[in-house]
Design a protein around this ligand. Sequence first.
Ligand code: CP
Ligand code: NVA
Length: 314
Amino acid sequence: MTTAPTARHFLRDDDVTAAEQREILELALAFRQDRHLEQPFAGPQAVAIIFDKPSTRTRVSFSAGVAELGGYPLVIDSATSQLGRGEPVADTARVLESMVSAIVWRTFGQELIEEMAAHSSKPVVNALTDSFHPCQILADLAAVADARGGVDALAGLTLTYVGDGANNMAHSYLLGGALAGMHVRVGAPADYMPDERIVLDAKKIAAEQGGSITVTTEMDDAVAGADIIATDTWVSMGDEDQYEARKDVFGRYQVNARTLELAAPGAQVLHCLPAYRGKEITADVIDGPQSIVWLEAEYRLHAQKALLAWLARR
Ligand code: CP
Ligand code: NVA
């Protein structure tokens, strides 16, 4: 018998509406002001945080976040669990839902986390898949909002992501940025373009929210006049064997001093980290005055607490 799924899940950025995204972002900014604003996991209730891939920020921010929400963070490396030995995802979901209040999972295919959610009556949160990194985009948007005086500042901004247009970050910027009413541009090599279905979804959302979506191979067109410049590693987890093939193709999408000259005056720079200085971004930019990457990283904590607290109310 399959458990009836009753919970709200957060598997991709558009699993929330624009209004709901706004509520979560407002709450994220409030959590930065008061770390113990809400304690939905008081008891403590446990939250499972499962990793099939390496992590520093996601592991620490979810662990500290669940603790600050009054709960117990149960961090599981899949390599040392039965999930990692091939136990079905559905069976794992049925067991976890009887013991924990939410399931956070970093894994490979999006279909895996969809299967977990389909069998869980507790909220399932995507902590990065090959296709999306929606918690990161919540943090990015919250950091930009905070740096610019509030969530109202987001709509109408131009956010440009350059680099691997086919990766999780590109897809999440498209959907999450569109929900926030932004003009989202992706600049990427022709062979590393975003999934067309996600671009179409993002265009539909952008049309509803007053933003727009632009996908181009032209680096200069992508960054010209942009308010926010974002990039990510050229070689995502799981793509390591492609480094040699990628490094030359991606060279002209590097975020450097010239990029900032083309962008809007005072443009801010995002990078989800880990960063590779001298490759996708230069040291002078990531460590320079226009970088907000450390605020962005800090917001992983506040934004995920906001998301978990918001999901716990559903
Ligand atoms: N940005 C991010 O998700 O970092 P980690 O891989 O360290 O969790
Ligand atoms: N695109 C990167 C993000 C790391 C946080 C990866 O998937 O490895």
